[in-house]
Design a protein around this ligand. Structure first.
Ligand SMILES: O=c1ccn([C@@H]2O[C@H](COP(=O)(O)O)[C@@H](O)[C@H]2O)c(=O)[nH]1
Length: 303
């Protein structure tokens, strides 16, 4: 699904809800637990009950990979079952040296029919680039995450930037091209305003792609920073996890994050899929999703 098709779905369904299928085999309702394909049966019932109230599903691969081959099969069955009208996200947080990233991109975009995969950008441009080389697919790069650990690196103030310099040298018959890195001039660095590391990540990564192939993760627990994020990436979609079990405010996220195209996919996982632990789990998930969807409808209308 490309960007304009996603926007069209959002307008048609009047919401920007992404439901997280973080399906933990240990939390399945008792009546499903003994079925051989219990995880898929659970997901199928959730999708059937919620598809009218959301535009996207996010499969967090950790919950499937943890179960080995059985888990991978359930993930594959689930992503195939999601209707083509819904944007399919693999929350896998991948990223490695270029040739390895290319294999990850192939896994999620060719072997499996996902529209987007989440990427950890710590290893830099060559680790992200392979995901950007597919038409109508998206890399969703971690920007500012919802967890406490965001303070360890993402919310560090940074000032001195290093610039890469190309140096040419002739040694005997050989011409060598090497790269060195130098601290920018001390004086220049002093004038630079302090930036958060996540701001520099957003700025840099957004120059590697376009809103047609690049989105960013911004945690719902970070609403004070959402306005700054929107200034840096005004047109990119933001995938916003953290509403529901993590306590993020849908209202505040919407106030700071909505743009002219809506531009948000707000993810809710546990608060929807575990709305009930009983036989009525799917019906209750549908009710929870409808509630989020209706709130979103009013936020878009009153923007
Ligand atoms: O910053 C981040 C990045 C990813 N996540 C993921 O989103 C969901 C949230 O689940 P809830 O049950 O709605 O809290 C989950 O898959 C996380 O791994 C995040 O929470 N924060």
């Amino acid at each position: 699904m490309n960007r304009s098709e996603l926007i069209q779905q959002i307008h048609q369904k009047e919401n920007y809800l992404c439901i997280g299928l973080d399906t933990d085999a240990a939390k399945l309702p008792p009546h499903l637990k003994d079925k051989p394909d219990a995880v898929f049966q659970f997901n199928k019932a959730i999708i059937d009950a919620t598809k009218g109230f959301c535009v996207s599903y996010k499969i967090n691969t950790a919950f499937y990979e943890a179960r080995g081959v059985k888990g991978w099969e359930a993930m594959e069955q689930t992503v195939q079952y999601i209707p083509s009208t819904h944007f399919k996200i693999a929350d896998a947080k991948r990223g490695d040296i270029g040739n390895t990233s290319a294999q990850y991109a192939k896994t999620f975009f060719e072997t499996l029919p996902f529209d987007a995969v989440t990427i950890n950008p710590y290893m830099g441009e060559d680790s992200v680039r392979p995901f950007l080389e597919y038409n109508n697919k998206f890399a969703i790069v971690l920007g500012l995450t919802s967890n406490e650990g965001a303070h360890d690196f993402e919310l560090l103030h940074v000032c001195h930037t290093r610039k890469k310099q190309e140096v040419h040298a002739e040694i005997g018959k050989h011409h060598l091209k090497v790269y060195t890195e130098e601290l920018e001039e001390e004086e220049q660095a002093k004038d630079e305003p302090l930036r958060y590391l996540y701001e520099m990540v957003l700025e840099k990564v957004s120059s590697w792609g376009t809103p047609d192939n690049l989105m960013f993760v911004a945690g719902a627990t970070r609403t004070p920073e959402l306005a700054a994020i929107r200034r840096i990436v005004p047109d990119n979609f933001l995938l916003v996890p953290g509403v529901g079990a993590q306590g993020g405010s849908l209202k505040e996220v919407s106030e700071h994050g909505l743009n002219k195209d809506v531009g948000l996919l707000v993810n809710v996982s546990r608060a929807v899929i575990y709305a009930s632990a009983g036989e009525d789990f799917a019906a209750q998930a549908g009710i929870a999703a409808k509630g989020y969807s209706e709130k979103m409808q009013s936020f878009v209308a009153h923007r």
